[in-house]
Design a protein around this ligand. Structure first.
Ligand code: ATP
Ligand code: MG
Length: 308
């Protein structure tokens, strides 16, 4: 079983409108709702890959129950801690020209009791999981060392953990040496307080992170694919050139595919090829954190992997 942790769940609402006009009434042409928060995108993609997945984190109130209903429809197992406050909603407005304007609710603080309840639940969940992914931001009031604590709990039980977050959460989180991290280029620069101008500098930065005790450092590079560094090798995986329709959730799709590859015992090279194919296939669908099997299989054969 792969478990995905989403502490800052949201209902992602997407509005399609003609044009976004300040101070005017606008009719929504199409409205879709999906369970959101990066970890839930990861869960959806793991399920599409054909692996069993459990989603955990916090949900609350009617909107939290709605998130659980949506997951049930998608046949994704869940076991959340319940909070007194309502799960937040995030709105993405897409106009005719393809502009996307996002409105992200801040959410509300969780209490110490709610946090303790989650930690107790998480302890038990680790026992039934082989791999755990931790993604995204945290509710207001949660300390920035929370992911460091979760990673330590997972590692103490000898299980694998992938951490995909940013800012202070990532800085603190890597101190506990997760099995794998998947920063993008910006996140590497912020993490090491460096500016990366070329490939060698990127490799040096990623190598520095790997030497801190992180087994697999995968740096995602959008259209350029991903750089993967382990203690034994350096790989560059590249997708073919494609026409993306929605790149949101590509990083989450990549994390999901890495978790699946590791769970299936693929080699690092095969895992990278699979992760590039799944994440590139995600950009070919409108739905965030989704892919068509056919697209993925076609792309899989076109991914180039070079070992340095
Ligand atoms: N335009 C694209 N064409 C082909 N593949 C893409 C494209 N954009 C993203 N990908 C694939 O998705 C992977 C992750 O994308 P990216 O590097 O943008 O992640 P990210 O910045 O973490 O995204 P997220 O917003 O989901 O956090 C890339 O390594 C690549 O394999
Ligand atoms: Mg990302």
């Amino acid at each position: 079983m792969i478990t995905t942790v989403t502490l800052n769940v949201a209902i992602d609402k997407s509005y399609v409108i003609e044009e976004l006009k300040k101070g005017e009434v606008m009719r929504v042409l199409k409205c879709t709702k999906t369970p959101g928060g990066k970890g839930l995108n990861v869960a959806r993609v793991i399920k599409l890959c054909g692996e069993e997945v459990l989603a955990t984190g916090f949900v609350g109130g009617h909107s939290g129950a709605y998130v659980e209903d949506l997951l049930k429809e998608q046949k994704i197992e869940y076991d959340f801690s319940h909070t007194a406050f309502e799960t937040r909603t995030c709105i993405n407005v897409l106009d005719r020209e393809g502009n996307s304007s996002e409105f992200l609710e801040p959410g509300e603080p969780i209490t110490q009791e709610e946090l303790n309840d989650f930690l107790g639940k998480f302890e038990k969940i680790i026992d039934t999981s082989n791999i755990i992914t931790i993604s995204g931001s945290v509710p207001i009031g949660v300390d920035t060392d929370i992911y460091s604590k979760l990673v330590t709990m997972v590692k103490e039980k000898g299980k694998k953990v992938i951490l995909d977050t940013s800012g202070e959460l990532l800085k603190e989180g890597i101190k506990a040496c997760p099995t794998m991290i998947k920063p993008n280029r910006d996140e590497v620069q912020a993490l090491l307080n460096i500016s990366v101008a070329n490939w060698d500098e990127l490799v040096n930065g990623a190598r520095k992170l790997q030497r801190m005790g992180i087994e697999i450092v995968a740096v995602s590079l959008g259209t350029d694919g991903a750089l993967v560094i382990t203690k034994d090798a350096i790989y560059h995986g590249k997708p073919p050139r494609i026409q993306p329709v929605n790149t949101v959730g590509s990083g989450d799709s990549m994390v999901a595919a890495f978790a699946v590859g590791l769970a299936r015992g693929y080699t690092i090279e095969d895992t990278l090829r699979y992760a590039i194919a799944v994440s590139a296939a995600n950009t070919l669908t409108m739905t965030t954190g989704s892919f068509n099997e056919e697209d993925m299989e076609k792309l899989y054969d076109q991914v180039s992997i070079t070992r340095q």
